[in-house]
Design a protein around this ligand. Structure first.
Ligand code: BGC
Length: 617
């Protein structure tokens, strides 16, 4: 055999060896993946049924005299992997299969989403319910308390009898940081009084398109205003302590959630909510990031990631936004929580979705349903190295640090928790002040303020006597309620209270007054939107209903002058009608204290509100 042939042959042998080795490695890898041991959930032993005796006491992390860092270090080194995973899970209380699961999975947090309330909706039942859930967290070996979250967007809205403040858009119109701080403080008092320690507010979205159903949840479209009032809101929420606990505020929805494009929603029922934000990074930074920068400076303990995408990628998967910018640049020290089912929505590979979100920087996952799946996938991801131990520890450390900082480990006593602040006289008075300061006179041909001694006044319109409607979404139910069965005052009642003893006030919702010889001095029409929340309120052309327009027309025929008060979560298209009206007032969604509207209509207080979003007549 000549040397050339020999060389060829040996080349062929080498090639075959390489190919065979590669094949073998491939088969082995395949077999390894195929035979990966099935992951079973390692439950956490707990006192009632577990093998451990009840939790140990007098450990360093339980000692309130030690520094938070020392306590966190001590607790971290005691925690098993399962206990750590549990701390990152946030479940809606209605998704709990059994209360024992709080202990078995060592859950980090529970929440009541919009309308997720106890069977009997009273402050006392809320307190009992939350304390009962909390007692299960205390059955675990380490007794790590639960975070319990709620959307107190305009007061403790889920709770029957709570003070319902104007939605944030109205507070944006007040442009009054001191007022906003007081409203937030009162809200935190009412929330803490029900044993709840975590508040998903303030909303720091900067609204661009007022057709969006969440417009009213924001302070408006001016990023600087949102930043200033957001900071005041956070300070207010954090200024209250009850039984050693300070409520944990949440700035939401990071980032660009107020700038999504029309018709880009991933939800087929919505148009713009949960949509895609098309913006350059510099625009995003200039407008949307500012309020969050301010919130971080105000030491907000948690930040919720939006359900939106940014340039076609879900924000919840975006490491650049969640880690490079939020952590490394802004220096955020608290924990990042994802929004409702946000990491899983429309994801066919839920495992990958979880891995991506955690690695991007989500610390706690608002699942909010399937915690079994979360546990299995987290353990698998850690076993495979798809999520590192370091990343797990980092996230857990952030969550439990906030729990220590807010005093949850050191609750002094719950005996003296007083639900009496809920809907108290002082809070209702504050809400009434907030209503006064939020009103904006869009047009006034000299009819405002109305003289208190005016002879006769006709009041009509769908929102003239409807506390549910004037409160908007996130009131008792997620989508709000209709009617006067929740405590408060209607705008009609406010008018009746405001006028002189000899003024005659007549009311008919539809404006069907019996024809008189003489015209009434003033007709007041209180009209507007029916309650809605989130994407259900997306509306291509927000406007008055035909029914409201007909009522106004009837009222106009019977009155010398007409004042139209608009109850709405955003500007309505009234351009073609408003020229026939003598005055138009934007009252936004004032909440339970409708009397505040009359205070200003009748000149007890001046109009001081300024438009927080564009509304041209
Ligand atoms: C909303 C959040 C809210 C969460 C919990 C989601 O649908 O987008 O703003 O905090 O539900 O109720």
């Amino acid at each position: 055999m000549n040397s050339k042939l020999r060389k060829n042959k040996s080349n062929k042998i080498t090639l075959s060896v390489v190919v065979l080795t590669l094949l073998a490695v491939g088969v082995l890898c395949y077999l390894f993946v195929k035979t990966e041991a099935p992951i079973k959930i390692n439950y956490i032993d707990f006192c009632d049924v577990g093998s451990v005796s009840c939790h140990v006491t007098n450990l360093p992390y339980q000692n309130s005299k030690l520094s938070i860092d020392t306590r966190v270090d001590d607790l971290m080194q005691r925690m098993t992997q399962s206990e750590k995973i549990g701390q990152l899970a946030l479940i809606d209380k209605n998704s709990l299969k059994s209360k024992n699961d709080i202990a078995k999975f060592g859950l980090g947090g529970l929440l009541s989403g919009g309308g997720s309330k106890p069977l009997v909706n009273t402050p006392e039942k809320w307190l009992q319910m939350v304390e009962d859930f909390q007692s299960y967290s205390q059955k675990t070996r380490l007794a790590i308390p639960l975070l319990y979250g709620v959307d107190a967007n305009h007061g403790h809205g889920n709770v029957f009898g709570a003070t319902i403040f104007p939605h944030l858009l109205g507070l944006g119109a007040s442009n009054d940081a001191t007022l906003v701080r007081q409203v937030a403080k009162a809200t935190a008092e009412e929330v803490l009084a029900t044993g709840i320690n975590w508040i998903y507010s303030p909303n720091l979205d900067v609204t661009r398109d007022t057709r969006w159903g969440r417009t009213y949840e924001t302070f408006g479209s001016d990023s600087k205003l949102v930043a200033r009032l957001g900071q005041a809101y956070i300070e207010g929420l954090q200024s209250v302590e009850q039984n050693g606990v300070t409520s944990v505020a949440t700035a939401k929805h990071y980032l660009g959630n107020g700038a999504t494009d029309w018709n880009s929603s991933i939800n087929k029922n919505f148009f713009i909510d949960q949509g895609n934000t098309t913006l350059s990074e510099s625009e995003l930074r200039q407008i949307d990031l500012e309020p969050f920068r301010q919130a971080v400076k105000a030491r907000v303990p948690s930040i919720m990631v939006g359900l939106n995408k940014w340039n076609d990628e879900k924000v919840v998967f975006n490491k650049h936004l969640l880690t490079d910018i939020l952590r490394d640049e802004l220096g955020f020290q608290g924990f990042v929580v994802s929004d409702w089912y946000g990491i899983y929505e429309k994801e066919s590979d839920k495992y990958q979705a979880l891995v991506r979100a955690i690695n991007a920087g989500v610390d706690m996952v608002m699942l909010p349903y399937d915690y079994q799946l979360f546990f299995v996938d987290m353990q698998r991801a850690l076993a495979r190295g798809d999520i590192s131990q370091t990343r797990l520890d980092e996230a857990v450390r952030r969550v439990i640090s906030v729990k220590f900082e807010s005093g949850l480990f050191d609750v002094t006593s719950t005996d003296s928790v007083a639900t009496s602040s809920i809907g108290s006289k002082e809070h209702r008075e504050l809400a009434r002040t907030a209503v006064r300061k939020s009103l904006v006179a869009l047009k006034n041909n000299g009819v405002l303020p109305i003289t208190k001694s005016t002879g006769n006044i006709l009041v009509a319109g769908s929102a003239s006597s409807n506390i549910g409607q004037q409160s908007g979404g996130w009131t008792v139910e997620w989508q709000g309620v209709d009617g006067n069965w929740i405590p408060g005052t209607t705008i009609l009642q406010g008018v009746q209270e405001a006028v002189s003893a000899k003024t005659k006030v007549e009311h008919d919702k539809e404006g069907n007054f019996s024809a008189k010889q003489a015209l009434a001095d003033i007709g007041i029409a209180v009209v507007g939107e029916k309650p809605y929340a989130e994407g259900w309120g997306d509306n291509a052309q927000p406007q008055l209903t035909d029914e409201d327009l007909a009522t106004i027309a009837k009222l106009k025929k019977l009155s010398k002058k007409i004042v139209v008060v608009i109850i709405s979560g955003r500007p309505l298209d009234i351009d073609q009608y408003s020229k026939d009206w003598d005055a138009v007032v934007a009252a936004w969604l004032p909440g339970s204290e409708g009397a505040g509207v009359a205070d200003v209509l009748f000149g007890e207080y001046p109009f001081t509100g300024k438009l927080p979003v564009k509304w041209e007549l």
